[in-house]
Design a protein around this ligand. Structure first.
Ligand SMILES: [Zn+2]
Length: 99
């Protein structure tokens, strides 16, 4: 019984290995390109390590900076809003305990 289970386990492992290797082969054949990212602005390919994910084109850098600015102000407003919201909820509770 145990022996049969072991051989079955071995067979499953072998099949899984075979599937994994063939899968890798297929993937390599299909793309053939190393890992890369795309510029968030113009979709050109850029290296994986590029941070922020934009290319070096001036137009993209300028556009990114503009978006980054609006992202930052949005974040700030969100923080203020959440802070206010939290205060509106916690404030009365704190007041109850303090006074
Ligand atoms: Zn770009």
């Amino acid at each position: 019984m145990a022996k049969g289970f072991d051989s079955l386990k071995k067979q499953i492992t072998e099949t899984a290995d075979k599937l994994a290797t063939s899968g890798n082969k297929v993937r390599k054949k299909m793309t053939g390109v190393p890992a890369h990212k795309h510029c968030r602005m113009c979709q050109t390919t850029i290296p994986m390590k590029a941070d922020p994910a934009i290319c070096k084109a001036e137009a993209c850098v300028a556009k990114w900076a503009k978006e980054e600015k609006s992202r930052k102000s949005l974040k700030m407003w969100m923080t203020i809003f959440i802070g206010f919201f939290a205060f509106a909820f916690i404030g009365p509770i704190v007041q109850k305990f303090v006074f």
